[in-house]
Design a protein around this ligand. Structure first.
Ligand code: SF4
Ligand code: SF4
Length: 200
C-alpha cells in the first residue's frame, strides 16, 4: 500500500480514516426500519498505527498495510483494496462494519445484529440494509462450519420473510481467499472479499 494518500482534513479532530461511527448490536427490525439509534465510535486501525497531527494522518511503522484506513479516507472515492484487508475484518466484526460501510455507503450497515423468532436469540455477523432488501452476512474462517451456519441463517431468513413478506432477504458467506477453492469444491455458496461489490 502506498501510505502517502493523505491530503489532510484541516480542523477535523477525528477524521474518518481514524474513527468511524458504526451500528453494532442493534436489532434486525431496526436495520429493516432504518432506525439509526445508537451509533458508537470505533477505531479504524487494528495495529494502533495511526496518529492525527495537524489534521493529517501519520502512519507509524506498526502498520501492516491492511488498507482499512485508506478505504475509510473521505477523499478516496474509488474504495480500492486488496486481500490484506482480510486480516482485520476476519478478526473483528467492528472492522468488517467499517469495511462494508465504506463499500456500501448508501446502505445501513450493522454488525452483531440481534434477531428474534421461534428460536433462541441469534446474532448475525453483519447486515446490509437497503431500501427494500437486506443481506445477512456471515464471515466464515472455518469453512467446515458452513452447513451449521447456513441452516441457522436460513431459519432467520424464513422468520423475517414471514414478518416482512415484501422484503428481499439474501444470505452471503464470506470466506478467506485461501479457502475459497476448498469451499467451492464442497459446493458451498461463498464469496471472498474481492467479490463483495457484486452482492448488491
Ligand atoms: S480522512 Fe483521508 S484526507 Fe482526511 S486525514 Fe484521513 S487520510 Fe487524510
Ligand atoms: S493500513 Fe491498516 S494497519 Fe496500516 S495504518 Fe491503515 S488501518 Fe492501520
Amino acid at each position: 500500500m502506498d501510505n502517502n494518500f493523505c491530503v489532510g482534513c484541516p480542523g477535523i479532530q477525528q477524521p474518518l480514516c481514524a474513527v468511524k461511527d458504526i451500528y453494532n448490536g442493534i436489532t434486525l427490525n431496526e436495520v429493516i426500519s432504518k432506525a439509526k439509534k445508537s451509533a458508537s465510535k470505533y477505531l479504524v486501525c487494528h495495529k494502533n498505527a495511526i496518529k492525527i497531527e495537524n489534521g493529517a494522518m501519520v502512519i507509524t511503522e506498526k502498520c501492516d498495510s491492511c488498507g482499512l484506513c485508506k478505504i475509510s479516507c473521505s477523499n478516496q472515492l474509488e474504495k480500492e483494496y486488496d486481500k490484506k484487508i482480510e486480516k482485520p475484518i476476519f478478526a473483528e466484526l467492528g472492522k468488517l462494519n467499517i469495511f462494508l460501510s465504506n463499500i456500501f455507503s448508501d446502505a445501513l450497515v450493522a454488525t452483531e445484529v440481534k434477531t428474534e423468532g421461534n428460536f433462541r436469540q441469534k446474532r448475525i455477523d453483519a447486515v446490509i440494509g437497503k431500501e427494500n432488501s437486506v443481506i445477512l452476512i456471515k464471515v466464515l474462517a472455518n469453512v467446515d462450519k458452513y452447513n451449521f451456519y447456513h441452516r441457522s441463517y436460513e431459519e432467520v431468513m424464513k422468520e423475517y420473510k414471514n414478518k416482512y413478506p415484501e422484503l428481499g432477504i439474501n444470505i452471503v458467506f464470506i470466506v478467506p481467499e485461501s479457502k475459497i477453492k476448498k469451499a467451492r469444491q464442497l459446493e458451498y455458496d461463498v464469496i471472498c472479499i474481492d467479490e463483495i461489490k457484486s452482492i448488491v
